[in-house]
Design a protein around this ligand. Structure first.
Ligand code: NAP
Ligand code: ZN
Length: 354
């Protein structure tokens, strides 16, 4: 299928319209028209090659909501017209212990990324959701529950699951004391989800600018991470801290904030951190962990949870051609709290036969 997207040709050039081919439907594939795509900070890292493994041309986008417009001959999970959603993965081996447990994100062979991956059959480089259409293995297309606002649901597919998964892994529930470092796309979902699970939630932000927002999102307090006295007062007061900071930083000031056996889970920075001190880890039996997205079943559980509890991201809707400005604002942590691209703003290609 011929389609159109926004691609970068190198780390130095801007996103620009790009015409390309989506693969022919395999028997277990669905084709979808993309209606909305969220703008994750990972997209910005990807187009700039911050992680060093971007393959060009590159089309980012892994918070995808759309409508099924074609089904392969063996497809049973979805039918024409269904609303479906795709997150950060489009395939995995389905054979290993992790895939069998529903932890496809931890596939022993590596999951196939929605962008930047390589198709397991053709070895073609995968291209993401800043585009009009997508062809995807049916098992990696989630059902969007009825009642979930399609225009707002897209960020659940990455920002949502990346914060939901550690909240579930560390058994957050009523009475849990959860800290969230950085109030951006991931951070604001962490706040909403942890609050919905009954936790006591504190946002750790660099300034007081987002205090009113933090409380409106469901947090109980905002702690200014640049205020050493306030940080000292908060010692030993968290069971779990979710760190969403997107760049190299020092986790040392946050470690004493954990209670005994508490965990700081890194979901933001992919790469080096400033060298931390181990003193608070050893003396307080504290832990540092990492967590990538979540499995397919867990992502469906999240979508169902959000539909049931009426939890939706706070979104700023943009046109595709406003992406450059959106990236500039994302870089400055000036987004309240997730940009979502309305794909109706991208002209359809003339031939969508498949
Ligand atoms: P975002 O919307 O830009 O939010 C990040 C927040 O971190 C900002 O709002 C800001 O909050 C804080 N921050 C920004 N720069 C900072 C700095 N220099 N020092 C300290 N704090 C800073 O980004 P996002 O979309 O939530 O993504 C966050 C990170 O998660 C990205 O690196 C992304 O690649 C990664 N990610 C990982 C996974 C995974 O599977 N683990 C999935 C998705 C994304 P304040 O203004 O409140 O300080
Ligand atoms: Zn993402």
């Amino acid at each position: 299928m011929r389609t159109i997207g926004y691609a970068v040709q190198s780390a130095e050039t801007p996103l620009a319209p790009f015409s390309f081919e989506r693969r022919q439907l395999r028997s277990n594939d669905v084709a979808m028209e993309i209606l909305y795509c969220g703008v994750c900070h990972s997209d910005l890292h990807w187009v700039r090659n911050d992680w060093g493994w971007t393959v060009f041309p590159a089309i980012p986008g892994h918070e995808i909501v759309g409508r099924v417009i074609g089904v392969g001959s063996d497809v049973t999970r979805h039918k024409l017209g269904d609303h479906v959603a795709v997150g950060c993965m489009v395939d995995s081996c389905q054979q290993c212990d992790q895939c069998k447990k529903g932890e496809e994100q931890l596939c022993r062979e590596g999951n196939t990324g929605t962008y930047g991956g390589f198709d397991r059959f053709t070895k073609e480089h995968t291209l993401g959701g800043y585009s009009k259409h997508l062809v995807v293995r049916e098992d990696f297309a989630l059902r969007v529950p009825d009642g979930l606002d399609l225009a707002k649901a897209a960020p659940l597919l990455c920002a949502g699951i990346t914060t939901y998964s550690p909240l579930r892994t560390w058994n957050v529930g009523p009475g849990s004391r959860v800290g969230v470092i950085g109030l951006g796309g991931l951070g604001h979902m962490a706040v909403k989800l942890a609050a919905a699970m009954g936790a006591d939630v504190t946002v750790m932000s660099r300034t007081t600018d987002k205090e009113a927002d933090a409380l409106a999102l469901g947090a109980d307090a905002l702690l200014v991470s640049s205020d050493p006295a306030a940080m000292e007062k908060a010692a030993n007061s968290f069971d779990l801290i979710i760190d969403t900071v997107p760049v190299k930083h020092d986790i040392s000031p946050y470690l004493p904030l954990l209670d005994v056996d508490g965990t700081l889970v890194i979901v933001g920075q992919v790469g080096p951190l400033a060298e931390p001190t181990t003193v608070p880890l050893l003396l307080g039996r504290r832990r540092v962990a990492g967590s990538p997205i979540g499995g397919i079943a867990e992502t469906q559980e999240l979508l169902n949870f959000c539909a049931k509890k009426n939890i939706l991201p706070d979104v700023e809707m943009i046109r595709m051609d406003e992406i450059h400005h959106a990236f500039e604002r994302l870089e400055k942590a000036d987004v309240r709290y997730r940009f979502v691209i309305d794909m109706a703003s991208l002209s359809a290609p003339t031939d969508t036969s498949f």
